[in-house]
Design a protein around this ligand. Structure first.
Ligand SMILES: [Cu+2]
Length: 260
């Protein structure tokens, strides 16, 4: 599976002809374009990955292959940022405002912006689902995570996809294979471990389109906007994230000027 997807990425990168066609055509008639993102570790997590963002009209296909994640644990993941010209970027260690050694979500948001799209596995993809961990992908027992979904997005997002960043959350500094309170409580909800909500990696679109996404062969998301879906038990260390989903949602909603 992993090898197959890696091969597909390689094929994408080898399509300069299609890229040239896409670049020459009017935006509305473009067959689509694709952008590569390299995910780089935050919080010394060791997490890395590769993302392909394919835009075809207002259909966005997101493919993520990441490694070094907390094994067997759900990882909230989002497209952060704004389509309105703000200069957001991935944070570095200097974002650790209180100097406690962890760049928390709250400390990082001023740098990478609010949630624009929640990269869930099914259902709603708006900021409302930012902590819908029952619909976020899990890393496998080796810390690998594969994700692929095609979702309907706004024209603004389609036009400004290069201004958005991918962020995955969930760290394991003490390497015990689960989220615990070794780094204290989450600032988003004191019932949650900081490890469960802190960002683990971030990536920005670099450079121009690398080609076009292949048509077909990908799951099409429902694009549902049904609203908040019942948050599930996080199921790690006896901690439930049910309360956190609401807290994060409300915190983001206050600042969120738009929905993905
Ligand atoms: Cu995020």
């Amino acid at each position: 599976m992993k090898a197959k997807r890696t091969a597909r990425f390689a094929v994408l990168a080898a399509l300069p002809t299609i890229f040239a066609l896409a670049a020459a055509a009017p935006a509305s008639a473009a067959p689509g374009s694709a952008f590569q993102i390299n995910l780089e570790s935050l919080n010394n997590s060791g997490a890395t990955g590769t993302v392909m963002l394919g835009v075809n009209g207002t259909q966005l296909t997101v493919k993520i292959e990441a490694d070094g994640l907390t094994p067997g644990a759900p990882h909230a993941q989002h497209l952060h940022g704004s389509t309105e010209g703000h200069n957001f970027h991935c944070p570095d260690a200097s974002a650790d405002a209180d100097g406690d050694g962890i760049v928390t979500t709250t400390e990082a948001v001023p740098m990478y912006g609010d949630i624009n799209i929640s990269l869930t596995t099914e259902g709603d993809t708006s900021a409302k689902s930012g902590l819908a961990v029952d619909r976020m992908p899990n890393a496998d027992s080796t810390g690998h995570l594969s994700y692929e979904r095609t979702i309907a997005v706004s024209q603004d997002v389609a036009d400004h996809i290069q201004d958005l960043h991918i962020v995955q959350h969930g760290i394991d500094p003490n390497k015990n294979g689960k989220y615990d309170f070794g780094k204290g409580k989450s600032e988003l909800d004191p019932k949650l471990p900081q490890e469960a909500t802190a960002p683990t990696d971030c990536g920005e679109v670099e450079g121009a389109s690398v080609g076009a996404m292949p048509a077909g062969g990908v799951e099409t998301g429902s694009g549902s906007t049904a609203g908040i879906e019942s948050p599930a038990m996080f199921g790690v260390g006896g901690v439930t994230l049910a309360g956190a989903a609401g807290a994060w949602f409300l915190a983001r909603r206050r600042e969120q000027g738009q929905e993905g």
